[in-house]
Design a protein around this ligand. Structure first.
Ligand SMILES: C[S@@+](CC[C@H](N)C(=O)[O-])C[C@H]1O[C@@H](n2cnc3c(N)ncnc32)[C@H](O)[C@@H]1O
Length: 208
């Protein structure tokens, strides 16, 4: 928790949260992983794992032979995740099936393909073009019938608009338009998770 807060203070743009996600939110976002659209092992991508709050929910859904790729921009979080996979009894059994990449998702090679993606990125801090580009990348990285699962804090854009400058309000509005369009075309499930700080919508998108 303190590690997370320290990184929030250091780099709010990329961390974009005051606390790690709750176990309830982690379970809601990992629930679609129960659907295994293809025979054989699953490949899962988690983007922006931070201290591993959502990773825990993903690990609960993995079967032997499945693999997990974590893509995290912040080297401090990466070091912590490496430590967790070496020592935490919930994480260590999956150490050999997990690859941790320290890079921005924007730089992920487009060649690999995943059955599901879980994403913890703070989209409301980004430029609308970046949000658009990241979802286009997710679509390209997914296998048929795969899902992208991400969360949005309830009421966060309303709050941001209340306290922001005109240019910031315009940026937040443009991000909202991008997300609304994606949601209206591709959302297959949503759940309001009240047991999270702050409460959040868990959303699941499918592109085919
Ligand atoms: C809101 S925090 C979520 C952390 C964790 N998933 C959770 O739910 O508690 C956002 C995370 O995304 C990471 N991040 C931000 N921009 C990123 C990018 N372009 N590529 C990869 N990770 C990124 C941050 O470093 C941070 O760990």
């Amino acid at each position: 928790m303190l590690r997370f807060l320290a990184q929030t203070l250091r780099d709010y743009h990329h961390v974009g949260a005051i606390a790690p996600s709750s176990r309830s939110l982690a379970r809601a976002l990992a629930a679609p992983l129960r659907s295994r659209p293809h025979q054989g092992p699953m490949r899962i991508l988690e983007v922006g794992p931070g201290t591993g709050a959502l990773t825990r929910g993903i690990l609960e859904q993995l079967h032997p032979g499945d693999s997990l790729t974590l893509c995290e921009i912040n080297p401090n979080f990466v070091a912590y995740l490496e430590h967790r996979f070496a020592t935490d009894p919930e994480f260590a059994p999956w150490a050999n099936s997990t690859q941790i990449l320290c890079k921005p998702v924007e730089e992920l090679a487009m060649t690999s393909s995943f059955h599901h993606i879980v994403c913890g990125l703070p989209f409301n801090n980004f430029l609308p073009e970046t949000v658009q580009m990241i979802f286009a990348k997710f679509e390209a990285l997914l296998l048929p019938r795969g899902t992208v699962n991400f969360f949005e804090y309830a009421g966060i854009r309303w709050l941001k608009r209340l306290v922001s400058s005109k240019s910031e309000r315009e940026r937040v509005h443009a991000v909202e338009q991008v997300l609304k369009k994606l949601i209206s075309h591709h959302q297959v499930n949503q759940k309001l998770v009240l047991w999270n700080l702050p409460p959040a919508w868990a959303r699941s998108l499918q592109f085919d």
